[in-house]
Design a protein around this ligand. Structure first.
Ligand code: NAD
Length: 495
């Protein structure tokens, strides 16, 4: 059986004294193994990144940008190969895998504008003969830790901006689907990135802790579940690092009585069950305003899911693939099987669907009359389960969402511009959609939630990433200009 190994200083590395299993989720079979890095291997990757830093930082901006222009082209040319790798280890359907590559390309395109993005500011003559300017300098070695659900897009969120800003990177991708990150590292190097600028180590908490504890790693970008995000933020910041740690989600979609209910039902089905619900921006709670709206939506969603085709991600007929592991599939099922006892009504029960395969498949579920306090509402399920919460007013919908500890994304469906505008003002969530169910910002904006969906104060990619991956320095300059000077011990004032 083959083993996925690390990528350090441009070469394969790692003996793999400890290994993990990589499954093909569509068959349930173990497809290959992945080497788990020990502390010494992570330190070797950090050392490679540290050694590559001075030369990469000194590389001209236009040459740096060239790497991203070439990388964009390579990603387009090889997207079929890359999508096949994603589907083989993650299980999502190929069209979805290509969708994630295309969103990742937006981050590469943004990074290609680095010559513009890294401009500083300058003020002439702030005082007689004195000018001030600011520059953005790289922070140094960046540690990037990513989740299983977007094995290409999330690494590209981080690596594109971090590398563009002149940093070097050690990436620790999810151990469940690590092969795509090795493909990406090779593609970066084919595009002209020098060896050592991007290193990949695989593994678990041991590898992550080695990144968090190394004094040579100056910044940590993390995306994953909330408990891990919180612990990474605390451990990293306690050691003086800057940390951005994006966590889990429970995304609510409000449907007002004046909404286009057919359009809303289409959007809810797509956003709840796409990628088997394993998206941090998936809609997991439908908030129906009024019982008439709730009854109509439940009927429309139930009708639409009847025809959904669930099967291997490689089958062009499949609309939804399997979940990532058997263990996760069973956990997702437990929320549905436990919902009736909690007082909810299971309208569509995906746990009873039978599949002619040992893959990690589950049918889609729709659970009505869900309320806070039920496990199916309170926890992130991360599977194809859509809950319906019934409220009577707009104010109740806002109160429900604002009381939730997660605050990644949300959406409102309405034809009333005033209601939509008020929602934008009232709602305490980082990313908001108006008649858009999955409002993932385009690459020129930044991505991030609030509350337990993000620890730290920088969102990912886009303008906030340039801020996160650089330190600004302000230089105050005076050149000899024939103006007479004198000794003055007073506090320098510009007035
Ligand atoms: P996870 O938290 O289990 O793992 C994420 C990363 O952390 C992996 O690389 C993993 O190896 C590592 N890790 C796991 N346990 C660790 C520990 N105890 N100490 C240190 N490192 C550890 O998350 P996952 O299951 O891979 O991904 C799904 C989660 O990610 C969901 O909660 C989802 O909402 C979230 N997610 C959030 C966003 C976002 O933008 N907010 C995006 C994608 C996924």
């Amino acid at each position: 059986m083959s083993t996925v190994r690390h990528h350090i200083n441009g070469a394969e590395a790692g003996e793999g004294a400890r290994t993990g299993r990589i499954y093909d989720p569509a068959t349930g079979a173990v497809a290959r193994e992945v080497a788990f890095a020990d502390t010494a291997e992570v330190e070797a990757a950090i050392a490679a990144a540290r050694e590559a830093l001075p030369a990469w930082r000194a590389t001209g901006l236009v040459r740096r940008a060239d790497v991203f222009f070439r990388l964009r082209q390579l990603l387009i040319e090889r997207q079929d190969d890359l999508a096949a790798i994603i589907t083989a280890e993650h299980g999502k359907v190929l069209s979805d895998a290509k969708g994630e590559i295309s969103r990742g390309i937006e981050n590469v395109e943004f990074a290609a504008g680095l010559v513009h993005l890294l401009k500083g500011e300058r003020s002439e003559q702030v005082s007689r003969g004195v000018d001030v300017h600011s520059v953005k300098q790289p922070v140094g070695v960046v540690g990037a830790i990513t989740p299983f659900n977007f094995p290409v897009m999330v690494p590209l969120w981080m690596m594109s901006s971090a590398i563009a800003c002149g940093n070097t990177v050690v990436l620790k991708p999810s151990e469940k689907d690590p092969s795509a990150s090795i493909f990406l590292a090779r593609l970066f190097e084919e595009a002209g990135l020098p060896a050592g600028v991007l290193n990949v180590v695989h593994g678990d908490k041991v590898a992550v802790d080695a990144l968090l504890d190394s004094p040579d790693v100056r910044a940590i970008s993390f995306v994953g579940s909330t408990p891990v995000a919180r612990s990474i933020y605390e451990r990293g910041t306690a050691q003086g690092k800057r940390v951005q740690a994006l966590g889990g989600a429970k995304n609510h979609m409000v449907v007002m009585p004046d909404a286009d209910l057919d359009g809303a039902a289409d959007a809810a089905v797509s956003a709840a069950y796409g990628s088997a619900g394993e998206r941090c921006m998936a809609v997991s709670v439908l908030v129906a305003v009024g019982d008439d709206v709730a009854d109509a939506l439940v009927a429309k969603v139930a009708e639409r899911v009847q025809g959904l085709r669930i099967g291997p991600g490689t089958d062009p007929e499949s609309e939804m693939g399997p979940l990532i592991t058997g263990e996760h599939r069973d956990k997702v099922a437990s929320y549905v099987t436990g919902a009736t006892a909690e007082g909810a009504e299971v309208v569509v029960d995906g746990t009873t669907v039978e599949f002619d395969s040992d893959g990690f498949f589950i049918g889609v579920s729709l659970v009505d009359r869900v309320r806070p306090g039920m496990r199916v509402y309170d926890e992130e399920i991360f599977g194809p389960v859509l809950s319906v919460v019934r409220v009577q007013t707009y104010a109740e919908a806002v109160e429900l969402i604002n009381a939730n500890s997660f605050a990644n994304g949300t959406a409102i469906f309405t034809r009333d511009g005033g209601t939509a505008r008020q929602f934008e003002i009232d709602i305490e969530v980082g990313m908001v959609g108006i008649n858009v169910p999955i409002p993932v910002p385009i690459g020129a904006y930044s991505f991030g939630g609030w509350k337990n969906s993000l620890f730290g104060d920088s969102h990912m990619y886009g303008p906030e990433s340039i801020h996160f991956y650089t330190r600004s320095k302000v230089v105050t300059t005076r050149w000899p200009d024939h103006t007479p000077t004198q000794v003055d011990l007073g506090f320098p004032s510009n007035h």
